[in-house]
Design a protein. Structure first.
Length: 270
């Protein structure tokens, strides 16, 4: 009989090629509270995996661990075959140094709940700044890429505006373009519409649907927008108290969930 970890891993990465992200026995505590409890799961290259569950169930902590905003207390995180939090020295696995972490983190992009744009930079420079200074792209190459991405998110006419001159939905679309400009292998989306006025949510979700359908980027998504999760996901993982209680295709999870906790949660959000 397969273990729960085997089941969840298969749901997130089956029928694919390379494994891109792997959590192995990852535990994270804040004080006396265990937020993630010996978590095992993986995401395959090019797949879209959505994490759902009640607030406090550990979903956003997974994204924060991948961005190295927090560190695991136990376990190993691997991205594209490279350990994120550890490296091998003299045949031993030791905590990773900052240089190693920076190199692995280049493979990861994240769009946060709040846009975090540079307020003193216009839209174009917001998108080109990191590719020039972190990836070492030339200004011309970065600008060409930025213009393509800004067009992709529907903001070509806003290149010369500052963030304060844009709506919340427009700012979030700039944040999406900025994350994609770093050419990440996996893009993390953390409740990207939760800070928006309701009338602006649909436009941002439409942009993300287009990206999911028109690119081969891997997505790891935390959202309470269940219709969006159903539309773009290859696999959905249901979290509760730091553990995956159920996983499967969106059709299975949303139409015929097996676990009582999943049914309870979906009854409150659908």
């Amino acid at each position: 009989m397969p273990s729960p970890a085997d089941t969840h891993e298969n749901a997130a990465s089956r029928a694919t090629g390379t494994e891109l992200v792997r959590f192995e026995n990852v535990t994270k505590r804040f004080g006396g509270t265990t937020v993630l409890d010996r978590l095992d799961f993986s995401v395959a290259t090019g797949k879209h995996v959505t994490l759902i569950g009640p607030s406090g169930s550990g979903k956003t902590t997974i994204l924060r661990l991948l961005m190295t905003l927090v560190k695991p207390d136990e376990g190993v995180i691997t991205v594209d075959g490279d350990r994120l939090t550890h490296e091998e020295r003299n045949g031993r696995l030791v905590p990773a140094g900052e240089r190693h972490v920076r190199e692995v983190r280049k493979k990861i992009g994240m769009v946060f709940q709040h846009f975090n744009l540079f307020p003193n930079m216009k839209v174009l420079r917001n998108v080109t700044e990191a590719p020039v200074h972190v990836l070492g792209l030339s200004k011309d190459e970065a600008e060409q890429r930025a213009r393509e991405l800004i067009e992709l998110v529907g903001l070509s006419e806003q290149l010369d505006k500052y963030p304060s001159q844009l709506s919340g939905g427009q700012q979030q679309r700039v944040a999406i373009a900025r994350a994609l400009a770093m050419r990440p292998q996996v893009l993390l989306l953390d409740e990207v519409t939760s800070a928006l006025d309701p009338e602006l949510v649909a436009g941002v979700l439409d942009v993300l649907r287009d990206i999911a359908q028109s690119t081969d980027i891997t997505l790891l998504v935390v959202t309470h927008e269940m219709s969006f999760a159903r539309d773009i996901s290859d696999a959905v993982l249901m979290f509760d108290k730091g553990r995956i209680v159920e996983s499967g295709t969106p059709e299975k999870i949303f139409s015929d969930p097996e676990h009582e906790r999943t049914r309870e949660f979906l009854s409150t959000v659908l």
